[in-house]
Write a protein that binds this ligand. Structure first.
Ligand code: PLP
Length: 332
């Protein structure tokens, strides 16, 4: 019986604290407890950000982390935008390497992987600091072996198009912070219960943005269309990887605004495909769009061949079956 994604943890994690002046030395500590003052800044004012990346086992037994530098850079950016202490990127890189190395034997073979969750929280006990940053913080690297997200077979997802509400405040979109997920929970829960949707595709004012935990890509023939980067949504590292591989394969990549009207018009073409990209889901086909109570199939409504090809191309690099031409893997 498979366990739910992200519910099994390795018993130790690398941890480091910022004391208001400087980062201390990182240490490997038990991963099942964290002592926090009940007045800790994070518990009241949500000074928290995190990352999600994966380590993969190759056929020769070696272990490799995928696009570690990009995830660390995004954590640094999230920390900065939340006024958390500036992270030491080299130190965080070493902590990720140390934690993965410590549990290298436990990294599952493909299609499994070791999911890595760096987390940075404001720990200063200060409930009067609603409008001031936490001077102290804690950063840790939690790891969790995960299996195939699609054990039981990949099916095409159903997405509810939400063209009024937003996933989060627009200036928070490119920060990977807990509050953004809390903010999207109610519409997603409602869409599941009332429309049997798997996820909500947020399209504020008709502008197709992203879902609660993944970016959205429309694949129309040899063209991939996805929203151009701005501060309103998360700059997915899988999105960037897929767009790079698509260009390598000779596809046209259009990073621009996509409206709900254009999406529905293109989705009606029999060959059209749509997909969600993210570290957990890699690239998952979208088969149905629900808009104002009506259902629209995307192309055939089934997982598409171009989506499958792009997913396999990315997996082949991650799993060491194809050359890492872009230097995306860090060997542990
Ligand atoms: C809101 C949101 N958008 C997009 C993504 C995709 O980002 P990445 O490809 O870096 O995992 C994620 C995380 O997986 C996410 O939580």
């Amino acid at each position: 019986m498979a366990t739910a994604f992200g519910t099994v943890f390795m018993p130790e994690m690398a941890r480091v604290d910022f004391n208001g002046q400087e980062w201390g030395p990182a240490a490997m500590v038990p991963s099942d407890q964290l002592v926090l003052h009940p007045g800790a800044h994070v518990l009241h004012y949500s000074s928290t950000c995190f990352e999600g990346l994966k380590a993969f086992r190759h056929q020769d037994g070696s272990v490799h982390v995928f696009r570690m530098d990009r995830n660390i850079a995004r954590l640094a950016q999230s920390s900065r935008l939340l006024a958390l202490p500036e992270i030491d990127e080299a130190q965080v890189g070493q902590m990720i390497r140390d934690t993965v190395a410590r549990f290298a034997d436990e990294v599952p073979a493909p299609p499994g992987s070791l999911y890595i969750r760096p987390t940075h929280i404001g720990t200063e006990p200060a409930i009067g600091k609603a409008a001031a940053p936490s001077t102290q913080s804690c950063l840790y690297i939690l790891v969790s072996p995960v299996g195939d997200y699609f054990a039981g077979g990949a099916t095409a997802l159903r997405l509810l198009l939400e063209d009024q509400g937003m996933r989060c405040a627009p200036h928070m979109g490119m920060i990977k912070s807990g509050g953004n997920y809390a903010s999207a929970l109610r519409p997603i829960t409602q869409a599941r219960a009332e429309q049997q949707a798997d996820q909500v595709l947020f399209c504020p004012n008709g502008d197709v943005q992203e879902t609660g935990a993944a970016n959205f890509l429309l694949i129309d023939g040899d063209e991939i269309i996805t929203k151009a980067l701005d501060e309103s949504f998360l700059h997915g590292i899988t999105r960037d990887s897929i767009l790079t591989l698509a260009r390598d394969l000779g596809m046209r990549v259009s990073e621009r605004q996509l409206t709900v009207d254009e999406l529905l018009e293109r989705a009606a073409k029999p060959e059209c495909e749509a997909a969600l990209s993210g570290t957990a889901a890699v690239l998952t086909s979208v088969g149905t769009l629900i808009h104002h109570g009506q259902e629209y199939a995307v192309g055939s409504g089934q997982p598409g061949p171009i989506t499958a090809k792009l997913r396999q191309t990315l997996n082949a690099i991650q799993w060491g079956e194809a050359e890492d031409r872009h230097g995306w893997l860090t060997r542990i």
